[in-house]
Design a protein around this ligand. Sequence first.
Ligand SMILES: Nc1ncnc2c1ncn2[C@@H]1O[C@H](COP(=O)(O)OP(=O)(O)OP(=O)(O)O)[C@@H](O)[C@H]1O
Ligand code: SF4
Ligand SMILES: [Mg+2]
Length: 337
Amino acid sequence: MTGANAPLLEVRHLRVEFPTRRGTLVAVDDVSFDLAPGEVLGVVGESGAGKSLTGAAIIGLLEPPGRIAAGEIRLEGERIDNLPYEKMRRIRGAKIGAIFQDPLTSLNPLYGIGRQLIETIQTHLPLSAQAARARAIELLKEVGIPGAETRIDHYPHQFSGGMRQRVVIALALCANPRLIVADEPTTALDVSIQAQIIALLKKLCREHRTAVMLVTHDMGVIAETADRVAVMYAGRLAEIGPVRDVVKNAAHPYTRGLMGSIPSIGERGHRLTQIEGSMPRLTEIPKGCAFNPRCPDRGDRCTRERPELMPAPTTQAACWQYDPAGVGTKARETVDA
Ligand SMILES: Nc1ncnc2c1ncn2[C@@H]1O[C@H](COP(=O)(O)OP(=O)(O)OP(=O)(O)O)[C@@H](O)[C@H]1O
Ligand code: SF4
Ligand SMILES: [Mg+2]
């Protein structure tokens, strides 16, 4: 599967579990999506929805006892969810880059940044030390580090938070990866710096044709950066589709609530919706549609049968409203007045 239109990344029926003394917690449940080469997929959803675990499963960095219990992940057609640690470590450097919220997760405080960049470059590309250093300087310039020729010998603590995250982006791009998984890459930074870092990430990924899975709570970032958006709820995908449709014309009641709760995106004249209640704990996910206790459109079918993603007008939504048989009988108190 390496045709021009083949997906870069295929996630199929991914399930992530945590065994606990009281039983197994299913934190990511039957999640499937594709990512095309060069595409930016935004991933949103309330805290605890399973966004980070989905990203960690893809890059092979799930922390035990968390484990992939079912499903498949393919990169350029090759399965990567069941590889031995060493093989996955190589893929992680060469084909998948990672950017986390805290730049210090990726940077060793004991090394100058140049040493880390050069080591990473040499692990994945057949370059001499001198050529690798030249490439590292080039990358630092590309991510906007002024005075890259001298800054390359500085330590992480000698950089500001924003500059550090630029170094992490350079590190993630070292080997020209096909995919970058960025998990809240700007959350820890000053608001004034956040937009610059996102703009940089977007520009570089476009130039390098690197696909990005971007986990963020910031709808502004999603609206400006993503090509498509995936909405997660209680470990499942509630909706996925083109960014404009998901933000402005969502099909899933949860997405509508999520978008409605962001005043800057709610259009004038549209009533802002509020979702009552909160996302269930992993031990208390209701039968049927996980969103049913909070859903204004719920019918009796929603409490019995679990909806898979299905075609909605412009997106894919896991909601029985888009099934020909519908949601079933609506409970009285949820029927619109
Ligand atoms: N080591 C663990 N043991 C048990 N449960 C865990 C563990 N790690 C994560 N979880 C649970 O898995 C669920 C999903 O976690 P995840 O970190 O993916 O959420 P998230 O969507 O990234 O949330 P946030 O927006 O807060 O970062 C949460 O309910 C979390 O409590
Ligand atoms: S399946 Fe039913 S409960 Fe779930 S979002 Fe759709 S209408 Fe609401
Ligand atoms: Mg997270």
